[in-house]
Design a protein around this ligand. Sequence first.
Ligand code: CU
Length: 135
Amino acid sequence: MIANIWSAKVCRAVLGAWMLTLLVACTLTLPVTSSAFAESTNHLIEIKGFVYDPVTLNVNAGDSITWVNNDFVSHTATAVLASSQNEVSEVSNLQYWTTEEILPGGKETMLVEQSMILEYFCKYHPSMKASIARN
Ligand SMILES: [Cu+2]
């Protein structure tokens, strides 16, 4: 009987310590993962199999986007007009943008601007399309 009570106490102590660890872990993790406190975020878009992943990315102005090319050919991320899939050099009120050539295994990073064109494609493979959704 004494042994049982003792083991129940040990069990409770172990459980208590485990829960305290969990609580501390959650407290430490929460501010890091919560976007409410983040000033800006770097988003990753993987290019693989001629597909941008994610194909639609939610961002805030001031965030940055990094495209990582995991294909065996070069790609770009280049702004387009939603109505046509042609490259646009001058669009009123909207800012044109393009990455440099993103080599296989390479990456390019761009800052998200308030007035940037949201649809983009690959200059070399125009069937590759994706978009940015600004919050
Ligand atoms: Cu491409």
